[in-house]
Design a binder for this molecule. Structure first.
Ligand SMILES: N[C@@H](CCC(=O)N[C@@H](CS)C(=O)NCC(=O)O)C(=O)O
Length: 223
């Protein structure tokens, strides 16, 4: 979602190679050969391969600067990177755990063969552990920890968005692009955003943008 929104904001031509993760189309030696963590997305631009959505959208914004999706001041730029890095850091423990527990619990049981296949390919310990837990089911305690991680971020975002239009000030940036899919998917998993009215208003503003309609809703009308 992040990468598609960014590409749409820039009006860049691109080709989608869609992998259905519910069918485990990403768990193949071929895909791990391109992205060693086996997750999506991966950008291949003219032979350059980039993994991690925050690095991909940063690369796109630097290589194709118009219209810019970054602030001008050093301080705001640092802030933008802080929001981007935070989303990546809490992805597995916060976002993924919350969504799997509230939306997919009990539906992710892996067969013995799937488990062996995954363990052969996956070298990343956090992901190995996550998928082992997702197959066995997360505990309510793990789900509570995930929720607390998310609450802390949305509380902070809400207090900023009460005063500013966007996460790092008055300019729409890669920080907003990084966080809006988190909002979209968590809302679809039942996370209570009514506690954060300024975040809800921010998400509604982004939902009006053509890039969100084309980059998110055309691919995933409801999560
Ligand atoms: N930090 C990575 C996270 C990527 C990620 O977790 N992608 C999910 C889809 S949103 C995925 O590929 N899940 C399948 C899996 O975990 O095997 C990024 O932002 O690029």
């Amino acid at each position: 979602m992040r990468v598609r929104i960014t590409l749409e904001e820039k009006n860049l031509p691109w080709t989608s190679h869609h992998l259905d993760i519910t069918k485990k189309e990403n768990i193949t030696p071929e895909y791990f050969g391109i992205n060693p963590t086996g997750v999506v997305p991966t950008l291949v631009d003219d032979g350059v391969v980039i993994i991690e959505s925050d690095d991909i959208i940063d690369y796109i914004d630097q290589k194709f600067p118009e219209p810019p999706l970054r602030p001008e001041s050093e301080e705001e730029l640092e802030n933008m990177y802080w929001w981007m890095r935070s989303a990546i850091d809490i992805h597995v423990k916060g976002v993924k755990t919350y969504i799997y527990y509230h939306k997919m619990q009990g539906k992710m049981k892996h067969s013995e063969e799937e488990r062996r296949n995954y363990e052969k390919l996956q070298k990343n310990k956090e992901l190995l552990n996550f998928h082992k837990n997702s197959s066995e089911g997360f505990t309510p305690e793990e789900a509570k920890i995930a929720e607390k991680i998310l609450d802390d971020f949305f509380e902070k975002a809400d207090s900023i968005l009460e005063k500013h239009q966007w996460l790092v000030g008055e300019k729409f940036t890669l920080a907003d692009i990084t966080w809006v899919p988190v909002h979209f998917t968590l809302a679809g998993a039942g996370y209570d955003f009514s506690r954060y009215p300024a975040v809800e208003a921010w998400a509604n503003r982004i939902a009006e943008r053509k890039s969100f309609k084309k980059g998110v809703l055309e691919w995933c009308p409801v999560f």
